[in-house]
Design a binder for this molecule. Structure first.
Ligand SMILES: Nc1ncnc2c1ncn2[C@@H]1O[C@H](COP(=O)(O)OP(=O)(O)O)[C@@H](O)[C@H]1O
Ligand SMILES: [Mg+2]
Length: 361
């Protein structure tokens, strides 16, 4: 039913910062039943300190393997993982252990110990690091506060909601004051509202602790919400990367377009609503506006009403904020003379608002 999509917006580049993590042409192969499986196939990436770096891809793309290479749990078959100028393949055992303490990790299924209280779970990495009991407790209480779980220290994981469990996971990951936090599908088991709450917590931690966050996901929503950079993986390779706003505005690869589309397409519920509107308003025209950067959606709508002899009805819409810019769709019903409606569409093109037009089947 969707006929065409017009108008793409110009591209701006971000500023330079010091390279913090560099992956140089990483290949990782596994031997499975006498066969080589290439999980990561020639990945090069630069991650800067303070980045919230999203890695997106469908299942099997090699994302989790990449994460295990980043914390030194696996070594690459070839290529180099460089952390602040040092190749982790050259680390001694003790240096590698210390490095791993500085890399926190959270998981889709939280990986909490069910027989331990919340506080004891958070204390675990400190216990393993040989920190004295009183200090451990003090630090764990501090972390409990940071993640918004004050007063729940004596609860057991089974007594907590999914979002609260992930908060415990985050507190535990931060116990050793890491420099890097790796999140592997950390919100994939959560409902949308809880996902947003956990993402807001991660954004706060990134800001307040200047922690570099690498966030793996198959949901573009997660990237849009908190990442500044994104790399898209397919079959072990990074097929596209850059600032989130550039990739969202101007996706190049088919897989990226699918991910971005997953975000910008009107929801299925809206599609049904739109179809009903088209059926009930044969003289009107339904269009979906795509706001891909700060087009100031309200201003655009009020200008249409002022400048053109048409009526505008809002049918459906989801305008959201990402990194200070507005993204999203707004579906409107335009009624008026055909010429006036065409003039509105021309005006939208001129304003660089994307326009999806629908036609009756
Ligand atoms: N330890 C392993 N041994 C064998 N094959 C593996 C191993 N880890 C990952 N793979 C394979 O590598 C590919 C990428 O897996 P993974 O990194 O888990 O992808 P993703 O996290 O994007 O779903 C898959 O085909 C997977 O089966
Ligand atoms: Mg995975």
């Amino acid at each position: 039913m969707i006929v065409k999509l017009v108008a793409r917006v110009s591209v701006l580049e971000g500023k330079n910062k010091m390279a913090f993590i560099e992956l140089n042409n990483i290949v990782k192969q596994f031997a499975v039943k006498n066969k080589e499986v290439t999980a990561v196939n020639g990945v090069s990436l630069t991650i800067e300190q303070g980045d919230v770096y999203g890695i997106v891809g469908y299942s099997g793309a090699g994302k989790s393997t990449l994460v295990r290479l980043l914390n030194g749990l696996e070594l690459p078959t070839s290529g180099d993982v460089i952390i602040q100028g040092e190749n982790i393949a050259t680390f001694s055992q003790s240096k590698l252990r210390n490095f791993r303490k500085k890399v926190g990790m959270i998981f889709q299924h939280f990986n909490l110990l069910w027989s331990r209280t919340v506080l004891e779970n958070i204390e675990l990495p400190l216990e393993l690091a040989g920190v004295a009991k009183s200090q451990r407790k003090e630090r764990a209480l501090e972390l409990l506060d940071l993640v918004g779980l004050q007063g729940r220290g004596d609860a057991y994981p089974a007594q907590l909601s999914g979002g609260q469990k992930q908060r415990v996971g985050i507190a535990r990951a931060l116990a050793n004051n890491p420099d890097i936090l790796l999140c592997d599908e950390a919100t994939s088991a959560l409902d949308p509202q809880t996902t947003d709450e956990v993402l807001e917590l991660l954004a706060k931690i990134n800001r307040e602790l200047n922690l570099t966050i690498i966030l793996i996901t198959h949901e573009m929503h997660v990237v849009r919400k908190i990442c500044n950079k994104v790399a898209v993986m397919e079959l072990g390779s990074v097929v596209e990367s850059g600032s989130v706003s550039n990739v969202f505005r101007n996706p190049q690869q088919a897989v990226t377009k699918r991910f971005v589309q997953q975000e910008l397409q009107p929801e299925t519920d809206d599609q049904a609503l739109i179809a009903a509107f088209i059926a009930n308003n044969p003289e009107g025209k339904i269009i979906t506006l795509e706001f891909k950067e700060n087009n100031a959606s309200e201003a655009v709508i009020s200008k249409i009403i002022r400048k053109f002899p048409v009526d505008v009805n809002i049918v459906a819409g989801q305008i959201q904020q990402a990194n200070g810019a507005a993204f999203g769709t707004l579906t409107i019903l335009l009624t008026g003379e055909t010429q006036a409606i065409q003039a509105v569409i021309a005006y939208l093109h001129q304003e660089e608002v994307g326009v999806l037009e629908y036609e009756q089947e």
